[in-house]
Design a protein around this ligand. Structure first.
Ligand code: PGA
Ligand code: ZN
Length: 437
C-alpha cells in the first residue's frame, strides 16, 4: 500500500520548458517537472565552447537572430513530444525515463530532439524525484553512502577558446590535495586566485576575466602562465606540489588536427611526439598533477603514448577524447589512453548515459571528474551528481562569477549538512578510483 501510494506521488503530471539565458548571455533551456504529489524539479542545461565532435548534439535554431543560437526548437520539443511521452512515468525511475527519451529521439546523438531538450527533462525529473522523498538530490542519488566531498579543480587563468585564444592551453587550474576539507580547499583556492590577480596587476596586465572567471591571460608563452600560477601559490604561503598543485586542460583538439599542433602564442608547430615531449617536460619541471586533453580527440595513439609515459604519477584526463561516453571509455581503456574521465552530462543528453560512463570508468580503473561547461547558469545539479555518485572530483571553472560560485557554495552547504560524516577527497582520488564508500 505504501509503495503504491509513493509510486503515485512520483508520477510525472506536468512538464514545461522555457528559454532562459546562460552566463554568456546566450539562450538555453530550463525545464520543470511536477509530479502527481506536487513535487517540483527544475534544471537548466549548460553549453560548451570547446566541444568534442562526438558529443551529443545541442539543438539550436540557426538563422540570423541571436547568432543562430536560439533554442525555440528544443523548448518546443520539451513542451510537445517529450512532455507527452514522459507523462505518467514515475520520476523516480531515471533509467526508464531516460530510455523513453532516447527511444523517442531515435538517433545515436540526440540529433532530432536535441541533447539540450532531453537533458533538461532528465535532470528536472531527478530533482522532482528527490523532492518527492524530501531529500537533497545528492542524498537521493547516493543514499547514506553519499559523503565524499570532491577535490575541486579551480581555474586561475582562462585561455584557449574561453579567452580569444590568448594562450593555447585552455585552463590553468589549482587543486589543493592536502586540504582536509572542501571548505579549506576553497579558502586556499581563494588566496591563490587573489594572489594571481595581484601578480597580474603588478605587471600592468589586468584585463578582467575570461569566460569561466579566470584572470584574462596576458602572457608571452604558455609556460609563463604556469610559472605565474606557481608564484601565486607561493605568495599564498602554500607549498607548491604539496598543499596546492597545478592542473591543466590543454584542450588540444582546439589547435591540433591530424597529428599537427599549432601553438599560435609561441609561433611554432609540433607533431604528436613533439607535444608529448613538451608536456612531459612541463610535468617534470612544474608541480603539475593533472593534464586534460593533452592530445587531440583524433590522436588516441599519442594520447595513449602520453599516458604510458607519465600516467603512473599523473592524472591524464579525457574530455573531448571520451565525451562522457561509456563506449568510448571502454575503447580508450583497451589502448590505455587517459586514466581519468571528465563527466559532462550534456555531452550525452541524459543522466543515465552519463552515469553509465562513470560506471564503465570505475570498472576500467579510471578516476572521474564531474565538470561544468563554459556556458553555465545558477544550476547546481552537477555538484549533487559529483557527491551522489561518489565521483571524487569537481571542475566548474574559476573562483569568480555567480554561475561558478553557485556550485562551490552548494558543495559547502552539503559539506556542512553532512557534518562529521563528510569525507574530503584529497590526493587519493587523483588519477584513481575514489576510496570505497
Ligand atoms: P567547454 O570547455 O565547456 O567550453 O566545452 C570546457 C572544457 O574543455 O573542459
Ligand atoms: Zn576540457
Amino acid at each position: 500500500m505504501t509503495n503504491l501510494r509513493s509510486a503515485n506521488a512520483s508520477e510525472i503530471r506536468f512538464v514545461h520548458a522555457r528559454r532562459v539565458w546562460d552566463s554568456r548571455g546566450r539562450p538555453t533551456v530550463e525545464a520543470e517537472v511536477r509530479t502527481h504529489g506536487g513535487a517540483l524539479g527544475r534544471a537548466i542545461v549548460p553549453a560548451g565552447a570547446s566541444r568534442g565532435t562526438r558529443e551529443a548534439l545541442e539543438r539550436r535554431d540557426g538563422g540570423g537572430r541571436l547568432g543562430g543560437l536560439d533554442v525555440h526548437g528544443a523548448v518546443a520539443a520539451v513542451n510537445g513530444e517529450i512532455a507527452q511521452a514522459v507523462m505518467g512515468l514515475p520520476a523516480d525511475d531515471q533509467a526508464a525515463l531516460d530510455e523513453r527519451l532516447i527511444e523517442l529521439d531515435g538517433t545515436p546523438n540526440k540529433a532530432r530532439l536535441g541533447a539540450n531538450a532531453t537533458l533538461a527533462v532528465s535532470m528536472a525529473a531527478a530533482h522532482a524525484a528527490a523532492a518527492v522523498q524530501g531529500m537533497p538530490l545528492y542524498q537521493y542519488l547516493g543514499g547514506p553512502a553519499a559523503t565524499l566531498l570532491p577535490l575541486p579543480q579551480v581555474q586561475v587563468f582562462g585561455g584557449g577558446a574561453h579567452a580569444g585564444r590568448r594562450t593555447d592551453v585552455q585552463d590553468f587550474m589549482v587543486v589543493c590535495p592536502a586540504a582536509t576539507s572542501f571548505a579549506q580547499a576553497m579558502e586556499w583556492t581563494a588566496e591563490v586566485y587573489r594572489q594571481a590577480g595581484l601578480l597580474m596587476q603588478s605587471r600592468g596586465a589586468t584585463f578582467g576575466v575570461a569566460d569561466e572567471g579566470g584572470w584574462w591571460p596576458v602572457f608571452n608563452s604558455n609556460e609563463q602562465a604556469i610559472e605565474s600560477l606557481v608564484q601565486a601559490i607561493e605568495r599564498a604561503h602554500l607549498v607548491p606540489g604539496e598543499q596546492a598543485a597545478i592542473a591543466l586542460d590543454v584542450a588540444a583538439s582546439e589547435f591540433g588536427k591530424a597529428g599537427r599542433y599549432t601553438l599560435a602564442l609561441e609561433r611554432r608547430e609540433l607533431d604528436s611526439d613533439g607535444m608529448v615531449e613538451l608536456l612531459a617536460r612541463w610535468v617534470e619541471k612544474y608541480p603539475i598533477v593533472s593534464v586534460e586533453d593533452p592530445l587531440a580527440e583524433d590522436d588516441p595513439e599519442a594520447f595513449a603514448h602520453f599516458t604510458r609515459a607519465v600516467g603512473r604519477k599523473l592524472q591524464v584526463v579525457g574530455d573531448d577524447l571520451l565525451v562522457s561516453s561509456a563506449t568510448l571509455l571502454r575503447q580508450a581503456a583497451t589502448v590505455g589512453a587517459a586514466n581519468t574521465v571528465l563527466l559532462k552530462p550534456n555531452q550525452r543528453g541524459t543522466l543515465t548515459e552519463t552515469q553509465a560512463c562513470w560506471q564503465a570508468a570505475r570498472q576500467a580503473g579510471y578516476a572521474g571528474i564531474v565538470s561544468a561547461r563554459s556556458g553555465e547558469s545558477e544550476d547546481t545539479t552537477i555538484v549533487h551528481l559529483a557527491i551522489g555518485w561518489g565521483v571524487g572530483q569537481l571542475k566548474v571553472g574559476s573562483f569568480a562569477r555567480g554561475e561558478r560560485m553557485a556550485k562551490w557554495n552548494e558543495a559547502l552547504r552539503i559539506e556542512e549538512r553532512l557534518g562529521a560524516r563528510a569525507r574530503f577527497a584529497g590526493a587519493a582520488v587523483l588519477g584513481r578510483n575514489p576510496p570505497a564508500r
